[in-house]
Structures are given as C-alpha cells and as structure tokens.
Design a protein around this ligand. Structure first.
Ligand code: ZN
Length: 253
C-alpha cells in the first residue's frame, strides 16, 4: 500500500512514545469522517487534524491511525499504534478517517482508497476484523449517513479507481519551507524557530543526528546535530548553520 508517511507529510514528533497495538487484542476497523462540511482536504486536512488533536485536545499525536482524502490519497496517521479517535476502542481497533464530509456522496477514488487501507489492516492481522462506523461504537453521527450507508451496504466500489496522492501539495509545502531557509538560513544565533526548524529536526533525527527535542526551536543540540551532519557530508561548511545547501542535502542526499 503506497501512502504518505509521517516523515513525508512532516508530522510532529509525538509528545509521548506511541504504544504499538497488540495484534491479539485488535478486533476491528473503525471508519470516521472529518465531521466538517467544506473543510480542508489532503495535506491541509491532515495537518489541521494534527493541530486540533495535539494542541486543543492534548493528545500525543494525530488521533487516527490512517487518513484518506477526497482524491484517494492515503496518509499515515499513527500507523499501527494505539490511537485516540475511538473512545473505548483505541487499543482494540485501527481507525481510518475520510478527511471529507461523509454526509455527501464520497468520490469513488476515496472509497477505493478506504478499501485499500481496510484490506491492508486486515492483511496485517489476518484474523478477520469487523469493520464499523464510529456511530456503531458511540453516540455520534460519524462517519456521516452516506459513508455509513456505503459501509453497511457492503463497501463496494464501481471500477478499480486508483488512489491518487497529491504530491504537488506536499512538494509545494516543502518548497515553501525551503524558500524560507534560502531567504534566511536557520541558526542558533538567529534564535530560529518554527515549522522549518521542526521539519529539519525531524529529518536529522530520522538520519541518526540527535537534534534534541523536535520542538521547532534551534538550540544548542540542534546546532550540534546540523554541524555533525555537515561535517559527515564533506562538501558542506560544518558551521552548524542550516542554509539552503544543508537543507537540500538533508532532504535529498
Ligand atoms: Zn469519528
């Protein structure tokens, strides 16, 4: 299953260590929707869910295990870790959230992607999980009447519409950060902070250079990690300043 990983969409680092689901306890798959009419879609929707879940609800990461947008793009939420979106069932299910509005007809590509995610989850557990709408497990209208009806009618899709990931949106987002870095390199001296710092920290961490907490603040440990990375690359000035050359190397080398 091809999906946009947490690293690719720039997920924030969880505030607590995520707990893997115990396969023998997992009984089903729960389908949700955004609960918002005309809300954002794709990458914007995933990022706004993350903000809402972490900053407003105080959860340790985005609540859903997987998300599917209107174009059928699949995003990793928590992946196969204990979720937060289905009260009472978070250690016994994986969730998939349609980032559109399930009271209206859902595009075929999105339905097809939801089925892809469900099939992938089923295959990982291999003991025949049930599939339910959120409303079956709590007093909620989620995932909307149309999507719920489709699910209970057998979740059939006409034609094998391939899911489509909006890589252009992800690229535009990364390009925007890169432009910021080009205009003003990130450094400890500048006390840089924000999204570009956070994304760089996440990539440093992923590559084994410990930047300290992934908090969007360019402190001593982040500067040290950048300096080590620059030194290891060999062709970058090892000064602990994250300029556009270092940024590019961090993403593509
Ligand atoms: Zn729900």
């Amino acid at each position: 299953m091809r999906f946009v990983s947490r690293l690719e969409w720039g997920a924030r680092f969880p505030t607590k260590v995520l707990i893997p689901l115990r396969p023998e306890r997992v009984k089903g798959v729960v389908v949700h929707h955004s609960g918002v009419e005309d809300g954002p879609d794709g990458l914007d929707a995933v990022r706004s869910f993350e903000r809402y879940h972490m900053d407003t609800r105080g959860w340790d990461a985005v609540g859903y295990n997987w998300l599917v947008d209107r174009r059928g793009g699949i995003f990793e939420g928590r992946g196969p870790f204990r979720g937060a979106a289905t009260r009472g069932w978070n250690s016994r299910s994986e969730s998939v959230c349609y980032t559109g509005w399930g009271f209206q007809e859902v595009p075929t590509v999105a339905l097809s992607a939801i089925n892809t995610v469900i099939a992938d989850i089923q295959a990982r557990y291999g003991h025949g999980l049930w599939v339910k709408g959120h409303r079956d497990l709590s007093s909620s209208t989620c995932p909307g009447d149309w999507l719920y009806g489709w699910l209970t009618d057998g979740a059939e899709v006409d034609g094998g519409a391939p899911s489509e990931i909006d890589w252009a949106a992800i690229l535009a987002y990364l390009r925007g950060l890169e432009a910021q870095v080009r205009a003003e390199p990130l450094s400890r001296l500048r006390r840089s902070r924000g999204e570009a710092v956070r994304v760089a920290q996440r990539h440093l961490k992923h590559r084994g250079y410990d930047p300290g907490p992934v908090d969007g603040i360019y402190g001593r440990r982040t500067a040290g990690a950048v300096k080590r990375f620059e030194g290891d690359m060999g062709f970058l000035k090892p000064n602990g300043v994250l300029d556009s050359d270092t940024w590019t190397a961090l993403f593509v080398m």
